[in-house]
Design a protein. Structure first.
Length: 320
């Protein structure tokens, strides 16, 4: 009669019970966020593309060197977000903006920090405004993700411009406040309404730019976009007709890269910020600055900036 007790080592391993969820479909991975990068500087474009493409949930589907290229890329690829520079040859970013926002949310990514440009970009539909040198790589990635969801992002300079616009108002009465709010008698502050000077909110329409749209943009079409003329020049003073003309900088004989770095110096950036903006090393920035100082016959950043901006004595007459 066989022994019913199993001998050590002869016992078969227990099999796990069948998984009742084996027939469930595998969960889908969320589609990568599709981005178009538009900037006339090929180094900036390459740097942004490398930075964003390194994230698992983001892919750069196209690059563009001007507003028209950005529009064509957006129409073809239907991206989730467009990163758009302001100053570009041909069709600049401000001109292309109202057409692009009909296709995808647009995040301005530029070193143009003039408050008039920031405010105009917002009027034309930009979902956010980032100034180079004022954000980290992680902050840029977060902004790109959030713009897709309708959450605006602004770096400090852009936020300051927006705050100034809100404080100045548009010359029209705002929405009514709930009862009991904002109705305190002025005498509580030691004055009376009759003693308060009458002030009128300033007109925020940029001088010489009454043609800029304040109504929904016309239907987008290649024909309409091809007729656009750049509204933004290659210098901050040239953008607004009503301001003094920009100084003649051709006499300085700076290269394209040197001129870009000189613009950043004049905007107040330090070497570290310039390196981050241009995606180059600080050592390379220093080498460029040494050559710039030699060409501008300057020994300091302030002296070079004054000559570059045309504010130095005799700057319009020559190097002197």
């Amino acid at each position: 009669m066989p022994d019913p007790t199993p001998h050590p080592g002869s016992q078969q391993p227990l099999q796990p019970p069948p998984n009742p969820f084996d027939d469930f479909p595998t969960a889908r991975q969320p589609a990568a966020l599709r981005v178009v990068v538009a900037d006339d500087n090929p180094v900036v474009r390459a740097g942004l593309t490398a930075l964003l493409s390194g994230r698992e949930d983001i892919t750069v589907v196209a690059e563009a060197a001007d507003g028209r290229g950005a529009y064509e890329a957006a129409r073809h690829h239907r991206p989730d977000v467009v990163l758009l520079d302001v100053r570009m040859p041909g069709v600049d970013g401000i001109s292309a903006l109202p057409y692009l926002v009909q296709i995808a949310p647009v995040l301005m990514l530029t070193y143009s920090r003039e408050s008039e440009i920031v405010q105009e970009a917002l009027r034309r539909g930009a979902g956010g405004y980032l100034v180079h040198g004022e954000f980290t790589s992680d902050e840029l990635v977060s902004a790109v993700r959030d713009i897709k969801e309708g959450r605006a992002h602004f770096t400090p300079t852009a936020a300051g411009a927006l705050l100034a616009q809100l404080r100045q108002g548009q010359g029209t009465a705002g929405p009514s406040l709930p009862e009991g709010l904002g109705q305190m008698d002025a005498t509580a502050y030691g004055t009376t309404a009759s003693a308060m000077p009458h002030t009128q909110a300033p007109d925020l329409t940029p001088p010489g730019n009454s043609h800029l749209p304040r109504v929904p943009a016309p239907p987008a079409s290649p024909e309409n976009l091809s007729q656009l003329q750049p509204d933004v020049g290659q210098s901050s003073s040239g953008w607004m007709s009503g301001r003094p003309a920009a100084p003649d900088r051709s006499r300085f004989q700076l290269s394209t890269r040197e001129a870009e770095i000189m613009d950043l110096i004049a905007s107040g950036m330090n070497n570290q910020q310039i390196a981050a903006t241009c995606f180059i090393s600080e050592k390379t920035v220093k080498n460029h600055i040494n050559r710039i100082f030699a060409k501008l016959h300057s020994t300091s950043r302030s002296e070079a900036a004054a000559k570059w901006l045309g504010t130095a004595p005799g700057s319009h007459r020559g190097l002197g």
